[in-house]
Design a protein around this ligand. Structure first.
Ligand SMILES: Nc1ncnc2c1ncn2[C@@H]1O[C@H](COP(=O)(O)OP(=O)(O)O)[C@@H](O)[C@H]1O
Ligand SMILES: [Mg+2]
Length: 253
């Protein structure tokens, strides 16, 4: 029994003659928050679409909870949940109704109790009877993440969960994601924000030019770039400096 939740080997995907993924490799351990960090257009959503069985790869092997995404896609779908960049909730329904709808769709036992627990956990109890289209951006995203938790998926994909949110809402969502990790769920998060990866991830993989060019903890990534000694002050490089240094190194090669 392995404790690898996600395994990606040699993943390739092209759109017409545009090669977006050129052999992507990474592994995510059970219970880990793993950030796939890359610029806009790097191929993050393409990767998530393949991992969540919504798109066929051109090559490579991908398994989720030991199930092959192509040959055992039904089992994969039962193990995962996906929250995209655009909230999937129904604005005409209240927060509580949105949760209840999903709880019934997924056939969980004691749906009402599950819904109340989630409302509490995500600080949405006071807003539970308001229509979701009246929620702030941060509340919508929190509700969306709460919906993705129903049925206790083993693996959650969060594709750019804070893109388009203001700084306060972004912090709300960060706190939510941090709490999720405590429940033992495996989270694959994509982001173009270095600070987000730094805040949330146990490990970070940088997707650049169709490949993972570096994987490691923030500490490991920082260790690749020793602090610059300026007189008596040690300056730690920011993740942004590391990212830019890795990319430019790659470009020089
Ligand atoms: N269905 C598609 N058809 C053609 N090109 C696509 C399609 N989906 C994505 N692309 C292209 O693939 C590249 C990677 O896109 P995407 O995975 O959405 O990047 P990211 O999520 O990292 O911003 C982009 O250049 C995008 O235009
Ligand atoms: Mg994307």
């Amino acid at each position: 029994m392995s404790n690898t939740a996600i395994s990606v080997k040699g993943l390739k995907k092209s759109f017409k003659d545009k090669e977006v993924l050129k052999g992507v490799d990474f592994e995510v351990r059970q219970g880990e928050i793993f950030a796939l960090l890359g610029s806009n257009g790097a191929g993050k959503t393409t990767t998530v679409n393949i991992l969540s069985t919504q798109m066929k790869p051109d090559g490579g092997e991908v398994s989720i909870c030991s199930f092959d995404v192509q040959r055992q896609s039904d089992q994969v779908r039962q193990s995962i949940s996906l929250t995209g960049q655009f909230a999937a909730l129904d604005g005409m329904l209240t927060g509580r109704e949105n949760l209840m709808m999903i709880a019934k769709l997924r056939g969980v036992s004691k749906p009402a109790q599950v819904v109340e627990n989630l409302l509490t956990k995500f600080s949405l109890t006071d807003a539970a009877n308001r229509r979701a289209d009246q929620y702030s951006g941060g509340m919508k995203r929190r509700l969306d993440i709460a919906m993705s938790l129903i049925g206790k998926p083993e693996v959650i994909f969060l594709d750019e969960p804070t893109t388009g949110l203001d700084p306060e809402a972004r912090i709300e969502v960060w706190n939510t994601v941090k709490e999720l990790a405590d429940s033992g769920t495996t989270i694959l998060l994509t982001t173009q924000y270095l600070e987000e990866a730094e805040q949330l991830a146990d490990r970070i993989a940088i997707l650049h030019d169709g490949k993972i060019i570096t994987t490691g903890t923030l500490t490991e990534l920082k260790a690749m770039f020793p602090p610059v000694k300026v007189e008596y002050i040690e300056k730690q490089p920011t993740l942004e400096e590391i990212f830019l240094a890795i990319i430019s190194k790659k470009v020089e090669m």
